[in-house]
Design a protein around this ligand. Structure first.
Ligand code: MRU
Length: 345
């Protein structure tokens, strides 16, 4: 697979085909999903991950849910699918793109007469296609903010694998590198799932973009010694006041960036902005099992008696963010007024 053309989700032969991101880059395994239960598991178990990608997967999950409900209940299908809709919506809690996609699909379902499958599938394909276009638009807008010849840092994986393709933060990095604005990227390894080590460094190096992998704990040191000018990340949810939930460690990076004169750019499509969430304090932060920290590759390293605390996202307050890039425009130093202005039609 050529990473510059990575599309981690495909609709093929009536199945949602997903690349299994748990085993990349060592193995390239594509999974076929044909039921809503399979899609829920794929999202929960992180076969597919990244806020926009789980939104798209959720949209295709709604196609399976609608079709199965129609087979079971005929004209009463909208009553028969509620448990499935609920299961999809709650497969992961922090990235709002999932709930957003479910709501868009529900709005579509309300307009359908007769068998729902074709209209629902057309809507899921629309969501999928528009995400790719949004990423290219954000790539151009974000790249234009970066001074020529700089080094940047990114966290987790906000790349093609986390979206319909191109990526959000990595979309900006790809476009800025092509324009000579970025000369090198530092990618944090991103404990405990290693999205940076496994996915981001793979995407960037295979695209020919100079990347050096760093441990999460070395970020401040690297900023101080390597003249990092921008920290560029994606988001799982942007609250109405501009606070940003993203992969655990983003908050620490934003604080370190302020201390070292680096700027922070958050790149996220409109579907990640949730005006119904007032502030970052209102965002549910997913906690996953402590085993993800106490073990590596199935082998336990921490003493058996030790328990772990494993929040997998954090909230970066808006005042630490220099630019929020969406496909409909850029908000500098985001706040409630700036976001409202950007998003009011
Ligand atoms: O737990 P993950 O891998 O789904 O977390 C992903 C992130 O935090 C990404 O930075 C975010 O979803 C943006 S992806 C364009």
């Amino acid at each position: 697979m050529n990473p510059s053309d990575i599309n981690p989700l495909k609709w093929q032969d009536d199945a949602l085909v997903l690349i299994d991101q748990r085993v990349l880059p060592g193995e390239e395994i594509w999974t076929q999903n044909r039921t809503v239960a399979e899609v829920v598991s794929a999202i929960r178990d992180m076969v597919v991950r990244g806020a926009p990608a789980i939104g798209i997967a959720g949209a295709y999950g709604m196609v399976f849910a609608a079709d199965a409900a129609w087979q079971r209940a005929g004209a009463d299908w909208r009553k028969a699918w509620l448990a499935d809709v609920d299961a999809l919506r709650h497969a992961r809690p922090t990235a709002v793109n999932l709930a957003w996609a479910i709501d868009v699909m529900l709005e579509c379902s309300a307009r359908i007469e007769g068998a729902p499958r074709d209209a629902m599938l057309a809507e899921a394909i629309r969501i999928h296609t528009e995400d790719l276009a949004a990423n290219h638009r954000m790539g151009a807008l974000g790249a234009a903010l970066i001074e020529p010849g700089v080094r940047v840092m990114t966290h987790c994986n906000a790349g093609a694998l986390a979206t319909a393709g191109h990526g959000t933060a990595l979309g900006v990095i790809r476009d800025a590198y092509a324009a000579g604005r970025i000369v090198e990227v530092f990618a944090t390894e991103t404990r405990p799932w290693l999205q940076g080590a496994r996915l981001t460094s793979w995407e960037l190096s295979r695209s020919g973009i100079p990347v050096r992998l760093i441990t999460d704990g070395s970020a401040a040191h690297v900023m101080r010694t390597q003249d990092v000018r921008w920290v560029i990340v994606g988001a799982d949810r942007v609250a109405a006041n501009g606070d940003v939930a993203n992969k655990i460690g983003t908050y620490s990076l934003a604080i370190a960036a302020k201390a070292h004169g680096a700027k922070v750019m958050v790149v996220a499509p409109r579907s990640t902005v949730d005006l119904a969430t007032a502030t970052g304090d209102d965002i549910e932060i997913e906690e996953r099992t402590g085993d993800e920290i106490t073990t590596i590759g199935g082998r336990r390293y921490a003493p058996e008696s030790v328990t772990a605390f494993n929040p997998v996202f954090d909230v970066t307050p808006a005042h630490l963010i220099d630019a929020l890039v969406t496909e409909v425009g850029v908000v500098h130093r985001p706040d409630r007024e700036g976001l409202a202005r950007l998003l009011t039609p």
